[in-house]
Design a protein around this ligand. Structure first.
Ligand SMILES: Cc1ncc(COP(=O)(O)O)c(C=O)c1O
Length: 582
């Protein structure tokens, strides 16, 4: 159907009837007038999908630029087995046109009819918002979101059964999420959010990346469980082994971070025939019994006694130096302090020193240059293995493939998790040929688990890594991260409660303080309020704590990063004013 030039597009009702098994383009199209609007403008293309049901073809309507209000591009895509016309519709304005400009998105809700989905309109300057036949809500970024009836109802149902203690960001949100795409989330009431959490640095490739979805679908149809060798796992390990630090090409897979860290600790003990391990204040490695003693936070409180032989020592958290010194005059005294811990507190039989290249849970704390290298020296000097827990920092998050790359140090053992699976529960221990041969770790079934490296996990890991490499997400993390850090610097200039901003790549942190002198953390009542104000404006970010962590998916664009930070800025202004801290 060809454009008729002077008519308005998109106003008729369109029905498509496919012919089951025919070839593309053989569907039948009928356009009906609706009231006083004329039909059939714009260009319409229908592509049949052969074996689908009538009406499941794809329809594209394109405007011709110089038409009257309501022009723009309309795309309607079916969803396989849904009813005709229930696909997604997008209308894009052309900037300087008359009312009806703005960007309109209509999304169906599965089995509903066109136009009954949620509609979002983003105004562009002073253009009016055109509703046409479609109900349209107001400007996306100024629409205030509150947990709606669907979220409230689902949460109430779940609350009757779910045990307390689940992740704070989910708990405090009061939202039930329906779906995600890239760096955006939609809750069950159709509210849209920018995602600065990414499941706490899990979602490296964003939500529902098409390549990832396709790979998992394909694998689900072929083989889903069992730890037999599969082509998928072989390809995944080959690809992973090609990006790990030099010499670290032996990998064992697991389904959770703490499980992988514990397996790595068993490996260190097997390889060195020693039992003692040193961790760091502020460190986090999971919540299972074998790692609790190595945590440097109140996660371990009231859970003792811990495994014997576990010690912890101050990390290079320069904003709140545990040794009350100042970098660089301190000479990174905390690294040297480890030697004293070994000398005075241990039996001198250290199997490993476990360290995060950047401490994630502590608030994305970046140690000064030289700290990691100094820790490696201490380990070497004491015959201990240097164990890097790259669970958060790995796979490009910090703007290089590994957090340790920034100092050019190669650990003896590394653990990976989170971003490696792109959301699928997947973690791993990575080490050298020589170390993984240690007994009993290397005996049949001694380092394995039921789910480790199962076909689905391997497909997820392979797809995620392929995306990270193909889309050069490591470089994106470095570039967008640098822009975000600069923007955070502006927040520090603007608000006296912002005590410090820091980060590397897309692993960023903000310290909110009562005053810059004392560096006392800002009252949590205020930060909980900040979390709600961010949510209302469409941003999910870990702002409920005075130590804010920002770790969006690595696919985030500069534009969306700026949009999210603008929301944070606005929310901070409102909340600080409300609590008299501006
Ligand atoms: C550095 C680090 N190691 C280990 C873990 C534990 O991972 P999981 O929660 O999958 O057990 C985490 C989780 O946040 C982490 O940040």
């Amino acid at each position: 159907m060809e454009d008729r030039g002077n008519e308005r597009p998109g106003t008729g009702r369109i029905t498509v009837e496919g012919r089951a098994n025919e070839r593309p383009g053989t569907g039948r199209i009928r356009v009906e007038d609706r009231g006083n609007e004329r039909p059939g403008t714009g260009r319409i293309t229908v592509e049949d999908r052969g074996d689908e049901r009538p009406g499941t073809g794809r329809i594209t309507m394109e405007d011709r630029g110089n038409e009257r209000p309501g022009t723009g591009r309309i795309t309607m895509e079916d969803r396989g087995n849904e009813r005709p016309g229930t696909g997604r519709i997008t209308v894009e304005d052309r900037g300087n046109e008359r009312p009806g400009t703005g960007r309109v998105t209509v999304e169906d809700r599965g089995n509903e009819r066109p136009g009954t989905g949620r509609v979002t309109v983003e105004d562009r300057g002073n253009a009016r918002l055109e509703t046409g036949r479609i109900p349209i809500e107001g400007h996306a970024m100024t629409t205030r979101r509150e947990p709606g009836p669907r979220s409230r109802e689902i949460i109430a149902r779940e609350a009757r059964h779910i045990a307390p203690g689940y992740q704070s960001f989910a708990l405090y949100s009061g939202l039930a999420m329906a779906r995600g795409s890239g760096c955006r989330l939609w809750d069950e009431d159709g509210n849209e959010y920018i995602d600065f959490i990414a499941g706490i640095a899990v979602g490296s490739i964003g939500h529902c990346h098409p390549h990832y979805v396709e790979a998992l679908k394909r694998q689900t149809e072929r083989l889903t469980f069992g730890s037999f060798t599969t082509e998928t796992r072989a390809r995944f390990l080959e690809l992973l082994g090609s990006v790990t630090p030099e010499g670290l090409t032996r990998i064992q897979l697991f389904s959770g971070g703490a499980e992988a860290v514990e397996a790595a600790l068993r490996l260190a003990k097997a390889a060195t025939k020693r039992q003692e391990v040193i961790g760091f204040w502020g460190g986090f490695h999971g919540k299972t019994g074998g790692v609790l003693g190595l945590l440097g936070s109140d996660f371990k409180h009231h859970q003792g006694p811990f495994l014997p032989g576990q010690y912890s020592t101050p990390y290079a958290d320069c904003y709140r130096c545990p040794l009350r010194l100042r970098y660089p005059d301190c000479g990174i005294a905390c690294a040297e302090y480890v030697r004293d811990v070994i000398r005075f507190q241990t039996a001198g039989e250290i199997a490993a020193i476990i360290v995060e290249p950047i401490q994630g849970t502590a608030g994305n704390v970046v140690p000064p240059d030289g700290f990691l290298r100094a820790i490696q020296s201490v380990a070497r000097d004491h015959g201990a293995l240097f164990f890097a827990d790259e669970m958060i920092t790995g796979f490009g998050r910090t703007g290089s493939m590994w957090g340790m790359d920034h100092e050019g140090v190669v650990p003896d053992i590394m653990t990976v998790g989170k971003g490696v699976g792109g959301g699928f529960p997947l973690a791993g221990v990575v080490s050298t040929d020589a170390l993984v041969s240690a007994k009993p770790w290397s005996n049949p079934s001694f380092s394995s688990s039921s789910y480790g490296g199962n076909p689905l996990a391997s497909a997820a890991g392979l797809a995620a890594l392929e995306i990270i490499l193909k889309e050069d997400l490591v470089a994106n993390a470095e570039r967008v991260g640098a822009i975000m850090l600069a923007e955070l610097g502006r927040l520090k200039e603007k608000y006296r409660t912002v005590g410090e901003v820091r980060g590397r790549g897309l692993l960023l942190g903000i310290e909110l303080v009562e005053d810059r002198q004392s560096r006392r953390p800002l009252d949590k009542k205020i930060t909980l309020d900040l979390y709600q104000e961010c949510l209302r404006r469409g941003l999910v970010s870990m702002t409920y704590s005075p130590t804010i962590r920002i770790n969006p998916p690595l696919v985030i664009t500069e534009e969306l990063a700026r949009e999210g930070l603008a929301i944070l800025d606005e929310a901070l202004g409102v909340v600080l004013r409300r609590h008299g801290r501006d």
